[in-house]
Every structure is written in structure tokens, then in C-alpha cells.
Design a protein around this ligand. Structure first.
Ligand SMILES: Nc1ncnc2c1ncn2[C@@H]1O[C@H](COP(=O)(O)OP(=O)(O)OP(=O)(O)O)[C@@H](O)[C@H]1O
Ligand SMILES: [Zn+2]
Length: 667
């Protein structure tokens, strides 16, 4: 989970350095092409009244004779000049005559250029020089100019190329802006530059992160201790000719503390930390990504020893061919630049690149080659003890009531990442503050947890009959949590509508489990089906409220049959792929089913058999304990939310062993 407000990330931006002044050379051919296209378009499409018409010398003399020439300028045998009133040449008659060979003055039509009209002209003096020309010109009042007549030459050219020059100029300008990280107020597309490489100064005690801030991911931490050692004393490692580590890939789900861990490595070693998210490398301006990578490494080299952290490296490190069309070459260049930079260090400079990803399997193989990100550290979701340790880290600055049990909270939060736990502590503290308390109580944590898992309370107008039905549904789940051997203990049940759920029953596992017995799985399915079963027992009718329960129960039963070999009829055959925790989305979707129709039918039948058996068992238990069910419903209708002890009191039953499983009754 990315935490945008993370204070440790808001470190001062690295100082600005003059960046590359011009875009890389490979873009220049494009500029030339743009200019060419521009030229062709303008000269074809835009009428140009000032473009001179090229007339034969005889025509020029004729016009002088008619006093239609204002001024001329001559250089060598070339003459250019301006008419008094505009002249068209060749005239339509010229063209007409050209077709008639009989005329003595006939011109060859093929030699005639397209007709053109202009105030300006140019012509060529014949090689047999016209001696009388000067007199003739003076007689007809033609000014013989000392400078070229048509001033518009340069301007014309600029007009021709104006649009293209604007485009290219704008691109170069944006490029430099982006590459230097300057910006108009730092916002918009112009603020995307270099300043995004965040530099966090490990020597600043206010921001210093150390391993003491990281908890619950001890194995990952242990693997990084060596990196800290190396940064502290690079020579110790390279003395005997060994090569130092260059890149470490941190692999783990969002929010597990990869960024935190990288910062802690820098903090422990006392070296500066330069970080950047790979998605920031890929910008709309072509060529900027690679420039930024270059700059990031340059800054780090200037401050070596140092840590470079590249978050979400999969955004650019995707294997070629897997990339989305469009961004491809830009990504490739950026990736290539990272590889080049990494190949560039000797290993002696004391720069280590840490990169984080939660999708390692999509990464380009080139990234994983020796000398690049050849070390991989998996950062797992914390287990129960880990969660408790993480909570402990985050409550350091929070005043706690004596009744707060971090152990119980850790138990109630399987699947939570470090970032989730931090959020839980924060929400609880906010809630306690809103309640005007001086300390944070256990109940505040539970309320915060409920809000995080299910969303905020939702005021809903429910009829008395609806509330009662919901109470039966939740009581069914809760009661079976007490009755079925092996079920997880129920620690809270509520009929306050929240988010999508109309009611909720919380169960929690005693320990994190890594291996689930079949009986336990059946107990869970029985509990999941308990909501509907209770409605059937009490009313004899069904509602749509069990949709989510049915979905979960079906999924679990299907896994028992297709993955865990728990159906005798199907046997120990894998019929569904293992889920990859790092791959988003369900595995194997869209793929061919790797087994036959008969097997598919058999799987369905087995899933139905398991669900059916569990449903029957749920009905039997609830019928048998009908008085306890009714009592629980009465208590729920009265109090809306019941804690663990209140549930036991209301039912008069003893606790069965305690899994967080929510069975929201969907509205
Ligand atoms: N193991 C942990 N110990 C203590 N705090 C943690 C731990 N893991 C995460 N946190 C808290 O959660 C915050 C966010 O975690 P962090 O950004 O390091 O996760 P991440 O794995 O890099 O996530 P992402 O993949 O979304 O970038 C941290 O700043 C820290 O406060
Ligand atoms: Zn339910």
C-alpha cells in the first residue's frame, strides 16, 4: 500500500543540476523530417503573393517600356525587381498561342512554367549584354537599387518554417524543463523532472530510519545486514578481489515495508538515499525517462557511498513484448539506461541499487543477470508475532490504555501488511481523539478495525422484521463458531450495517496457520453456511443475504477438491493451479481447462457433496441448540454489537477454540 503521506518520504528534493541541454541525437532526424513536411505543406497550400514571378528578359523589357517597373536590383546577370502593378506570366494568351506552331513567336508549351501573378519578378540578363539597358531604364524612371528589393526573403523563410520551428523549439524547451526538473511552480507536466528523485538524508536524525523501525520481516532484514556492512566498509569486501553486490531486488506485496527496509539500510549505513518510482520515469515526453535515470545515478555517484531505490520497477522492467503498445520504446530506453548505468559501476564506488516489485515474474531477464539485480530478497506479509512487533513499533508514540492487547489485535489481523497495521493504529488514535479520550483503548482499535475491514457505518432504515432476520443470520454464524469443534473463536458479532455488509461476525484464529487440517476447513464451511441455515431454521424461507457466504464456501470446497486432494472420488490430482501470491488477479483465468468434461462434472459433484454435507450439519446443530440461537438473537437486537464474553453469556455456552473470517450478509 503506498502511503502518500509518509513523512519519511517528504525529504528535501535533491539540488538541481544542469541537465542535458539538448535532446539526444537520435531525435534530430525527426526534427528534419518535421521541417520537410512543413516546407512541402506550406509551399503547396499557402498562397504567396510576394513570391516573385520569373519572367523572360523580353517580358521584362516590355514592362519597362510600359513604365510598369518601379525598381530593380542586379547582381551579376541576375535581376530582381518590383512592378508598379502586378504582372501575370505566362498570360493565358501565351499559353493559348503556345499550342499553335504556325505562329512565328510561338513558344513551346512544354517550356512554359505554370502561370503566376506577382508584384515582384526576377529575370536573367542574356549573355549578349544589352548595352542600351541602362539608358533605357533611366528613361523609364526605374530606380536602380543598391540593396535587394525583396526584403521579405528572410522573413518569408521564417514564415515557411515557423510552425515546425515552434514545434521543435517547444519540444526542446519542454525536454530541458523536464530533464532539469525545473518548473512553472513545480506543477503540471513541467514539474515532472529531476526534482522527483527524492533524496533522503540518512544523517538527519529527524528522518533517520533504522532497522529498529522495521519489524516483523526479520528474514528480509537479516539478508540486508550484509549490504549495510558493505556500504560501511566497501574495501573489506573487495580486498580479496570479490565483487561487491550491485543490485538487490525486494519482492513482496504492497505495503510490506520494502521502501522502509531500503531506507533503513541507508539509515543504518549512514549513507544518502536516492529514491524514485519507476512509474515516474515513464513520462509523456519521449527521451526524458532515460535522462532522469542518468541524472539519478549521477547524483548518487556524487554522494557515494549511497543507496538508489527504484520503486515499482516492474513499471519499466517488464519483459519486452509484454509492454503495452505505445510506451514500449520509451520504456525500453529507460530500462536500457538503467542496465547501462549498472554495468557502468565498478562496484568499488559504493553504490547499491535496491529495487522493489510485487510482480517479479514479469521482469525482463536482462535485469536479473549477474552484476545487476542478482540478489533477491522476499519480503513476506508478517505472521502473528510479526504483526504484534509492527504494532509495537507504531504505538511507540501513542498513549495506550492498560487494557490494550496488541497480541489480540495481531491475532485479529491475519493478512494485514505493515502499512495496514500502521493505518490501524492511526485510525484508532484518531477515533480516540474524536471521543475526547486521553488514551487509546482496546475498543477503539476494534472499532477502527471494523471500519477498515468493512467500511464506515452506514445508516440504513431497516424494518423490525429485517433486523430480526439479520440477527438470526449473524447469530447462526456466531453460534456455529462456538459449537463446531475446531472452529475459530468468535470475538464479535454485530448487526450494524457497514459498507456492503448488513451484519458481521468476526472469528479469529489462535495462531497463523500454514497448514490446514481437513476438519478445520469443513468447520469453516459449516460456519459460513450458518447464516442461511439459521434463517431456514427460524423462518423456513430463504433470502439473497447469503450470497457472499455461498461464494466463499464454494471457493473453499472447490480448492479442497481441485488443489488439496481432499475428495476420494477425484483423488490426489491437481486440477487448478496454485495461486501466485505476487500475481494480481486469479491465476489461470482465460486458460484452457486442462481436464476433461467428465472430470469437470465430477469436480462439480464433489463440491456439491461437500457443501451439502456441511449445510446439513449446520442445520442439525442449530436445530439442536435452538434456545441458544434465540437467546443470542434477543441479545443482538438489544445491543446491536456483542463482544466475546457477551456472546458466551447470552448463549450459556463455553468458548470453542477461536480465524478472522467475516461473513458479511450482503444487502
Ligand atoms: N515491517 C514493517 N515494520 C514497520 N512498519 C512497516 C512495516 N512495513 C510497512 N510499514 C509501514 O508502512 C509504511 C508503508 O510501507 P512501505 O512504503 O515501506 O511499503 P512497500 O512495501 O514499499 O509498499 P509499496 O509496494 O506499496 O511501495 C511504512 O512507511 C511503515 O510505516
Ligand atoms: Zn453470512
Amino acid at each position: 500500500m503506498t502511503q502518500p503521506g509518509s513523512p519519511s518520504k517528504s525529504a528535501p528534493a535533491a539540488q538541481r543540476k544542469p541537465g542535458p541541454q539538448l535532446p539526444p541525437r537520435r531525435y534530430w532526424p525527426w526534427f528534419v523530417l518535421i521541417l520537410l513536411i512543413n516546407y512541402v505543406l506550406v509551399s503547396r497550400l499557402v498562397p504567396q503573393p510576394n513570391a516573385p514571378v520569373t519572367v523572360p528578359y523580353t517580358v521584362f523589357r516590355e514592362e519597362v517600356g510600359r513604365d510598369n517597373v518601379v525598381a530593380i536590383y542586379s547582381r551579376g546577370t541576375a535581376i530582381e525587381g518590383r512592378f508598379k502593378s502586378q504582372v501575370t506570366w505566362p498570360t493565358p494568351e501565351d499559353i493559348k498561342q503556345a499550342g499553335q506552331p504556325a505562329t512565328p513567336t510561338a513558344l513551346d508549351r512544354r517550356l512554359l512554367p505554370p502561370s503566376k501573378t506577382s508584384m515582384y519578378f526576377n529575370t536573367e540578363l542574356p549573355t549578349f549584354f544589352d548595352r542600351n539597358l541602362e539608358d533605357f531604364l533611366i528613361r523609364h524612371g526605374v530606380e536602380i537599387a543598391a540593396v535587394p528589393i525583396q526584403q521579405g526573403g528572410v522573413w518569408n523563410t521564417l514564415l515557411y518554417f515557423g510552425p515546425a520551428l515552434l514545434i521543435i523549439g517547444f519540444y526542446v524547451w519542454m525536454y530541458r524543463r523536464a530533464a532539469q526538473g525545473g518548473g512553472l511552480g513545480g506543477g503540471g507536466i513541467f514539474g515532472i523532472g529531476r526534482s522527483k528523485a527524492k533524496r533522503y538524508d540518512a544523517t538527519d536524525p529527524a528522518h533517520r530510519v533504522t532497522f529498529s523501525d522495521v519489524a516483523g520481516i526479520d528474514e528480509a532484514e537479516a539478508e540486508l545486514v550484509e549490504i549495510v556492512d558493505f556500504l560501511k566498509a566497501p574495501d573489506k569486501y573487495t580486498r580479496l578481489g570479490g565483487t561487491a553486490p550491485k543490485g538487490v531486488l525486494l519482492i513482496g506485496s504492497p505495503g510490506t515495508g520494502k521502501t522502509l527496509l531500503a531506507k533503513a539500510v541507508a539509515g543504518e549505513a549512514g549513507v544518502p538515499f536516492f529514491s524514485m518510482s519507476a512509474s515516474e520515469f515513464v513520462e509523456m515526453i519521449v527521451g526524458v525517462g532515460a535522462a532522469r535515470v542518468r541524472d539519478l545515478f549521477k547524483q548518487a555517484r556524487e554522494h557515494a557511498p549511497a543507496i538508489i531505490f527504484i520503486d515499482e520497477i516492474d513499471a519499466i522492467g517488464r519483459a519486452r513484448g509484454q509492454m503495452a503498445i505505445g510506451g514500449q520504446s520509451e520504456q525500453e530506453q529507460t530500462l536500457q539506461q538503467i542496465l547501462t548505468e549498472m554495468d557502468g559501476f565498478s562496484g568499488r564506488e559504493g553504490i547499491i541499487v535496491l529495487a522493489a516489485t510485487n510482480a517479479p515474474d514479469v521482469l525482463d531477464r536482462a535485469l536479473l543477470r549477474p552484476g545487476r539485480f542478482d540478489r533477491r530478497v522476499v519480503v513476506n506479509l508478517p505472521d502473528k508475532a510479526g504483526r504484534e512487533a509492527i504494532l509495537r513499533v507504531h504505538v511507540r508514540k501513542v498513549p495506550l490504555d492498560a487494557g490494550v492487547s496488541l497480541q489480540e489485535l495481531a491475532q485479529a489481523t491475519p493478512g494485514f501488511s505493515g502499512a495496514d497495521l500502521r493505518n490501524l493504529v492511526n485510525e484508532a488514535a484518531l477515533l480516540a481523539a474524536r471521543r475526547e479520550q486521553q488514551v487509546v483503548r482496546h475498543a477503539d482499535f476494534l472499532d477502527a478495525l471494523e471500519k477498515i475491514v468493512l467500511g464506515p457505518e452506514r445508516p440504513l432504515l431497516l424494518t423490525a422484521a429485517d433486523r430480526e432476520r439479520i440477527a438470526y443470520h449473524e447469530s447462526g454464524h456466531a453460534l456455529l463458531g462456538l459449537l463446531v469443534p475446531g472452529a475459530d473463536p468468535v470475538h464479535r458479532v454485530s448487526i450494524v450495517p457497514r459498507g456492503q455488509a448488513l451484519g458481521v461476525t468476526y472469528q479469529r484464529p489462535q495462531t497463523d496457520r500454514y497448514n490446514y487440517p481437513e476438519a478445520y476447513l469443513r468447520a469453516r464451511i459449516i460456519g459460513m453456511l450458518g447464516g442461511r441455515a439459521a434463517e431456514e431454521v427460524a423462518y423456513g424461507t430463504r433470502t439473497t443475504g447469503a450470497e457472499n457466504d455461498i461464494e466463499q464456501a464454494t471457493q473453499l470446497a472447490r480448492n479442497m477438491v481441485t488443489r488439496w486432494g481432499m475428495s476420494d472420488a477425484v483423488g490426489m490430482v491437481q486440477l487448478a493451479p496454485r495461486e501466485n501470491p505476487f500475481l494480481r488477479g486469479p491465476a489461470g483465468v482465460g486458460g484452457e481447462r486442462p481436464f476433461s468434461e467428465q472430470t469437470a462434472a465430477l469436480v462439480d459433484a464433489e463440491v456439491q457433496r461437500i457443501i451439502g454435507g456441511c449445510h446439513e450439519e449446520a442445520m442439525r446443530l442449530l436445530r439442536e441448540h435452538r434456545p441458544a440461537l434465540d437467546a443470542l438473537v434477543a441479545a443482538l437486537l438489544k445491543h446491536e454489537t456483542l463482544g466475546e464474553q457477551e456472546i458466551l453469556d447470552a448463549t450459556g455456552l463455553a468458548a470453542a477454540p477461536p480465524l478472522v473470517e467475516r461473513h458479511p450478509l450482503q444487502g
